[in-house]
Design a protein around this ligand. Structure first.
Ligand SMILES: NC(=O)c1ccc[n+]([C@@H]2O[C@H](COP(=O)([O-])OP(=O)(O)OC[C@H]3O[C@@H](n4cnc5c(N)ncnc54)[C@H](OP(=O)(O)O)[C@@H]3O)[C@@H](O)[C@H]2O)c1
Length: 214
């Protein structure tokens, strides 16, 4: 089986690539800068393009069984409005065209799942980040809404603060305000959860929160 990966050049991306290869998947990874993936030469297919390049996005997704997107705003210098939402919009549209149904996208508590209760801690962080980086938060929310309104078999994986570290196998999964969820998550645990969702059906069309287990 093959995964098309977007946003694979960040620190979480490296964990996702290693986890997917460990689980026996083929990988097609999309990037603006192939040099950032040189550590994986010969082990993955690399497709170069920006998020406005529909044809390159299509080349990356062609032949894939699922798409994982770790895309998220990581620059304060973005010139266009909601660059991630626009790029993910093209990814969704290409997936519909190619009949690739499974999409797993990283998100945060700024998106509310209908199963959530009230959770002061996560909403306090959302309010804080809206004040510090309003454009990035607006983009993350708009991206989640676009994905959840699509007809795909989507999962929004909502995360707290990330820290570097391997998969420990100890992860709590659930709904803000209903499940006890810590405010930290290792990138290894995130990567394993994302890759496990490729065949996992439990969280299709849902947005579970995940955190390092207590
Ligand atoms: N760090 C945290 O505590 C935290 C908290 C909440 C959510 N998140 C989200 O978790 C994910 C992984 O975070 P991370 O810290 O491991 O990595 P990251 O550095 O935030 O990775 C972001 C990825 O998105 C890509 N990207 C961003 N803007 C883009 C654009 N305009 N066009 C094309 N690609 C673009 C980056 O590509 P380039 O390498 O080319 O820039 C990179 O591959 C991200 O979605 C992040 O928003 C992180």
């Amino acid at each position: 089986m093959k995964i098309a990966l977007f946003g694979g050049t960040g620190p979480t991306g490296a964990h996702i690539i290693e986890e997917a290869l460990r689980q026996g998947y083929e990988l097609s990874v999309y990037t603006r800068n192939a040099a950032k993936l040189s550590a994986f030469d010969g082990r993955i297919e690399v497709v170069v393009g920006d998020l406005n390049n529909r044809e390159a996005i299509k080349a990356c997704i062609q032949g894939a069984d699922a798409v994982i997107s770790a895309l998220g705003p990581n620059s304060l210098k973005a010139r266009e409005k909601r660059p991630i939402m626009r790029g993910v919009g093209t990814i969704v549209s290409v997936m519909e065209e190619l009949k690739v149904r499974r999409l797993i996208q990283i998100s945060t508590a700024i998106y509310r799942d209908p199963k959530d209760g009230f959770d002061f801690k996560s909403q306090a962080f959302v309010t804080l980040f809206k004040l510090i980086v309003p454009k990035a938060q607006d983009d993350i929310k708009a991206t989640a809404e676009l994905v959840s309104n699509s007809s795909l078999d989507w999962t929004l994986v909502r995360i707290p603060n990330l820290k570097d570290g391997p998969a420990t196998g100890q992860v709590d999964v659930g709904w803000y305000g209903k499940t006890k969820l810590a405010m930290k998550l290792s990138r290894g645990n995130l990567a394993k959860f994302l890759v496990d969702q490729v065949v996992g059906r439990q969280y299709v069309r849902a947005a579970p929160g995940i955190a390092d287990g207590s």
